[in-house]
Design a binder for this molecule. Structure first.
Ligand SMILES: [Zn+2]
Ligand SMILES: [Zn+2]
Ligand SMILES: [Zn+2]
Length: 512
């Protein structure tokens, strides 16, 4: 028998931890301390069970006012490397509280600053490129994407419109000068999807910026077997447009033969169109490299682009009142953003993106501690898509298996909630934290404010952007006091998302 693991058993450890949580809930901290210690003793070395129990014990010790021991347990939990990263903020917060109780205010403040607060803006970026969904091209400027009912057309082709001469000129200099003669044949081809247009737009922007010779030499360099980025050049990713597009993943090695074959066919069709283009002459010896680059850009666009969602606006002043319209999310364009594309997936994402007149703004919707990872959702979330559906989508589209907390622990789906179920019963509401960390009683006034927002937002679609601050602080209150998954948390996330959407025309983010 291996003596190091003799008699250790994670199931037994779990039972002790549950008993510790029970005692914690009724504020019997001494009993919970005993149970958590038993749980720690029986947990297998280096297991998640050990990390969870030691973290819970730090909470019991905190309430027993044994701050130094609590700090020691917090450090043990951090050191174990098994404590879920997304819950690190709880430990940072507790650590800060311990130091505050011990009158080490400056250390406490430093620890609190190790976290991003909810609603904090993490990325503001203009997409590298974007293309309209077919239905939008007539009423949105082809350059700045803003809605424009009195647009001016391109002087050559009949396929695009612009706000004014300035947008028209900028678009021509940037890409449309080359793209103009390609738009029509592409639109006429039924196999061409918006992601293909997006790949071509990226290519055209790059050759316009760098010149096709330089572009092709970079592509060749990039395809050399020992290629690596120059780590000495600062900000090489964001500064150099070529890298910020071309370095994104395309998953070529994981694609099926038929999918890759289709990408090659599309690329070769684009090469033929480009070689006939009267506005830009690509030397015939470079056409092969151009084809190679287009396959990669097609794969990148297919993998990394997402639909940018903007507030529905209707034509005519009287119909602009959307209160009697169904609440739908209007997907305006398909966009590719370089920084946003670097973020991995979780079915329980900790950041959320919203479009503000063509600018993409990414915010924290969970407490995120310094050094931990950001997660977006790749089109599927635990509360709106069942586990099987998520597995299939993520595997088919992105070739990976998700191991987020929601997938590992089979979190329930909430999509079936009806509109009137989004209201919270008019309290006071008592929530017990399943982890045993805390009890929370939400005052009646806070609950009625929440319900007022549900009413304004989802029934009348009339809301002020200030409500977002309230919702983020409400969400923060929920996060520091209870374990997910839980209906009230789901309701609040739904509201944050809807509030960002319905107030997206009230805020401007300018990037030059
Ligand atoms: Zn414009
Ligand atoms: Zn044109
Ligand atoms: Zn997942």
């Amino acid at each position: 028998m291996d003596c190091t693991t003799a008699n250790k058993n994670n199931d037994t450890s779990d039972q002790y931890r549950s008993r510790g949580n029970e005692a914690f809930k009724i504020k019997n901290y001494e009993e919970s301390l005993k149970m958590y210690t038993q749980s720690i003793m029986t947990a297998e070395i280096d297991s998640l069970n050990f990390a969870l129990s030691v973290a819970n014990r730090s909470a019991a010790l905190y309430y027993l006012e044994e701050y130094e021991h609590s700090l020691k347990d917090i450090d043990q939990a951090f050191k174990s490397k098994r404590y879920p990263l997304q819950n690190n903020y709880k430990l940072f917060e507790r650590k800060g509280n311990c130091y505050r109780q011990m009158n080490h205010i400056s250390i406490a403040l430093e620890l609190y600053s190790n976290q991003l607060f909810l609603g904090e803006i993490l990325i503001i970026e203009k997409p590298i490129a974007g293309v309209f969904k077919n239905s939008m091209w007539m009423f949105n400027c082809n350059y700045c994407f803003q809605r424009c009912l009195s647009a001016i057309p391109c002087s050559k082709c009949s396929q695009v419109v612009y706000c004014d001469e300035t947008c028209l000129r900028k678009a021509h200099t940037c890409y449309h000068g080359i793209e103009c003669s390609l738009v029509y044949p592409l639109k006429a081809d039924p196999t061409i999807e918006p992601t293909h247009d997006l790949a071509l737009r990226c290519f055209v922007k790059l050759i316009n910026l760098m010149g096709v010779e330089h572009f092709c030499s970079m592509v060749r360099k990039y395809n050399e077997p020992n290629f690596s980025f120059d780590k000495n050049s600062n900000n090489c990713f964001m500064d150099k447009t070529f890298h910020s597009i071309y370095a994104l993943g395309g998953n070529e090695t994981k694609r099926t033969v038929s999918n890759l074959f289709f990408m090659h066919c599309t690329a070769s069709m684009m090469v033929s169109l480009l070689s006939l283009n009267e506005y830009y002459d690509i030397p015939s010896n470079l056409l092969g490299t151009v084809g190679v680059s287009l396959v990669h850009l097609l794969c990148i666009a297919n993998l990394n682009s997402y639909a940018s969602v903007e507030l529905s606006k209707y034509i005519g002043k009287s119909s602009n009142n959307i209160s009697n319209r169904p609440a739908t999310y209007d997907s305006v364009a398909l966009v590719l953003c370089s920084a946003y594309s670097l973020i991995n997936h979780s079915c329980d994402p900790n950041v959320i993106v919203q479009t503000y007149s063509g600018v993409e703004v990414t915010r924290a919707i969970q407490p995120i501690s310094k050094g931990s990872q950001l997660f977006i959702d790749y089109g599927v979330k635990f509360f709106s898509h069942g586990k099987e559906e998520r597995i299939t989508h993520l595997f088919d589209q992105y070739q990976f298996q998700c191991r987020c907390q929601a997938c590992t622990n089979d979190w329930p789906i909430y999509a079936s909630l009806e509109l009137d179920e989004l209201f919270i019963s008019n309290g006071p509401l008592i929530i017990n934290d399943e982890d045993g960390d805390n009890h929370l009683s939400i005052p009646k006034t806070t609950l009625s404010k929440f319900n007022e927002i549900v009413d304004l937002l989802l029934i009348h679609h009339k809301i002020n952007v200030d409500c977002l601050d309230f919702l983020f602080s409400f969400l923060d209150l929920l996060y520091s006091n209870f374990e997910k998954p839980c209906t009230i948390h789901y309701k609040c996330i739904q509201l944050v998302q809807a509030c960002m959407y319905y107030t997206s025309d009230q805020v401007q983010y300018a990037i030059e």
